[in-house]
Write a protein that binds this ligand. Structure first.
Ligand SMILES: [Zn+2]
Length: 81
């Protein structure tokens, strides 16, 4: 049974998360190998977590932390009183 791209995208996401059984993996891999659309999807999907990791890697500055803590404690005090 050949896999079409519409069904493929959902399967492809499972495949990329590593939650598909071996038989399905092989079918997906052979489809992706011959399908430019799905290959592009795989490439962009794999690039996304990396982008997110880079974006969140920066630690907040001391000033940002202080403001965040102040905002949190202000909210807590506001609720208690
Ligand atoms: Zn495809």
């Amino acid at each position: 049974m050949t896999m079409n791209c519409e069904r493929g995208v959902a399967r492809l996401m499972d495949y990329l998360e590593g939650v598909v059984p071996r038989a399905a993996r092989e079918r997906i891999e052979s489809h992706v190998a011959g399908c430019a659309r799905c290959r592009a999807f795989v490439v962009s999907y794999r690039a996304t977590p990396l982008i997110l990791r880079v974006a969140t890697a920066r630690k907040p500055t001391v000033d940002e932390r202080r403001r965040l803590l102040a905002a949190l404690s202000a909210r807590r005090h506001g609720r208690e009183s």
